[in-house]
Write a protein that binds this ligand. Structure first.
Ligand code: HEC
Length: 461
């Protein structure tokens, strides 16, 4: 616990990471990993058929990808590391130790990818590219490989966070990389990216080929066929990935899908997910069968669905890993289960370098409780904002929530009540201080930063 705590008390830390990361994943899968091979394919089509219109369409698609990936894509990529390092530097620190060389190669691959997209795009309309179309196509293929490699490296780390496999007994770089979920997740993401890119291309092709209905029909048919083709491995790999997910994570799926408040909608939601997958497949089949009858507005719908599917998939993937941030190694509260006995003995605060108080005394109970909240709960909860603790407690027990004995019992067994939460670390005294702080919070509109006001309210309860 040798880092300060970063806490956003309205939107919550989770939402900060989720907003940046979801945007990044959508851009990365749709406009980079999946788009590069599609664009190279369309360029090749123009080359093979001698029809310049394929070339023009490919270039226009690339131009959109180029602008978005090198600006918003790159910024959100950096944003993920910034936000995750702020919220959970311990987890990032541990991952860097294990994946040191992977991160190093990721950087090289990423720089290569950026260089390639620059050259591929900016050289497209030069005389050189016109005269050496095959070499230019080679650049497209190289870009496709580099884009995929950036994902292939990162997915090793994501898989490891979910299931560390034998690494806990046989720690090493390769046991970490080849974790049980690495290949299932990579096999799933690769066709998902190819499908998403096809749907993006369909969404804009209607516009890009306006005024040439004959070519529009051909383009829609070709891109629909591309997308439909990759729907097969995508849906098959989704099933394989599901099989590989450990049972303890499957228990979290319903909460991951609906949140606790909306669990009665689980079945309709499952239907909705199934319908959205079906709609994607149907739209592509329509595009193959009767492309000219497919209105441009309809072409946009599957792309919007794919954005939703991608972002939702990431939410569920991130959620089901709870209570761990690195499976069987570190909880989401940045504490390692292995250190829990130490905290039970010495107290959590004694080991919290940046806490404003380092032990519970008669005078500082509320402030100490606030520090325990920051250490043990604030990675996932705010006080009164998103996933706010005051509303959660009230929702659970009604007015009875503010009874110290009720709270104490809850806090001692919270990880049994909701296994997606880690056990509360520390001593019984710290637990009681946390309960006092939570009770005080009820009267304290200033929330987390109002520890002093909360102290006053707490003492008069
Ligand atoms: C790993 C993240 C995480 C941590 C750490 C965490 N929680 Fe939670 N907690 C959640 C999530 C997620 C929910 C449920 C959100 C939802 O779907 O409504 C939740 C729900 C709750 C609820 C309502 C439970 C119910 O059955 O309705 C309470 C009370 C609660 N948390 C208290 C705490 C306290 C106190 C701490 C710190 C000691 C804490 N949590 C730490 C993630 C966490």
């Amino acid at each position: 616990m040798d880092f300060p705590i970063f806490h956003l008390d309205v939107f919550g830390n989770r939402l900060l990471i989720a907003a940046i990361a979801s945007l990044h994943v959508v851009i990365n899968h749709m406009l980079a990993v999946g788009a590069a091979p599609l664009i190279a394919f369309l360029e090749w089509r123009g080359y093979a058929t001698g029809d310049e219109r394929w070339d023009r369409l490919a270039y226009r698609l690339l131009f959109i990808c180029f602008i978005v990936t090198t600006s918003l894509g790159a910024l959100t990529g950096v944003g993920i590391w910034l936000s995750t390092s702020l919220v959970n530097p311990h987890a990032i620190g541990s991952l860097i130790r294990v994946f040191f060389w992977a991160w190093f190669s990721e950087w090289i691959v990423f720089v290569t990818e950026v260089a390639l997209i620059l050259i591929y795009t900016l050289s497209w309309r030069t005389d050189w590219a016109r005269r050496h179309k095959r070499a230019h196509l080679g650049l497209g293929v190289a870009l496709a490989v580099a884009s995929w490699l950036t994902m292939a490296v990162i997915v090793a780390i994501l898989g490891f966070q979910m299931d560390t496999g034998v690494w806990t007994v046989d720690p090493g770089f390769w046991t970490a990389v080849l974790n049980p979920l690495y290949l299932p997740q990579l096999f799933f993401r690769t066709p998902f990216a190819l499908v998403a890119a096809g749907l993006f291309a369909l969404a804009v092709t209607g516009r890009l080929t306006r005024g040439d209905p004959e070519f529009r029909g051909r383009a829609v048919r070709t891109i629909s066929a591309w997308t439909l083709l990759f729907c097969v491995p995508w849906l098959a790999a989704a099933w394989g990935y599901w099989q590989a997910i450990p049972a303890r994570m499957l228990d979290n799926v319903s909460t991951a899908l609906t949140t606790l408040a909306f669990q009665q909608y689980l079945d309709p939601l499952r239907l909705l997910i199934g319908a959205s997958l079906g709609a994607v497949v149907l739209a592509c089949a329509w595009g193959v069968g009767a492309p000219r009858r497919l209105p441009s507005a309809v072409l946009v719908v599957p792309a919007v669905l794919a954005v939703w599917q991608l972002a939702y998939f990431e939410r569920v993937r991130e959620f089901i890993r709870k209570p761990d941030i690195v499976a069987a190694y570190m909880y989401s509260n940045a504490l390692r289960p292995a250190d829990y006995p130490l905290y039970a003995q010495d107290g959590l605060l004694a080991h919290a370098t940046y806490a404003s108080v380092r032990a519970v005394t008669g005078e500082n109970r509320i402030q100490a409780g606030r520090e325990v909240f920051r250490l043990a709960c604030s990675r996932c909860h705010t006080t009164r904002g998103v996933n706010g603790i005051v509303a959660k407690l009230a929702g659970l027990y009604g007015p009875g929530a503010w009874d110290p004995a009720v709270l104490d019992t809850y806090l001692a067994g919270m990880h049994n009540a909701r296994p997606f939460m880690p056990p509360l670390p520390g001593t019984a005294t710290e637990r009681a201080a946390l309960a006092d702080y939570l009770i005080a919070l009820r009267h304290d509109p200033a929330g987390l930063d109002g520890a002093q006001t909360a102290g006053a309210a707490g003492s008069t309860r």
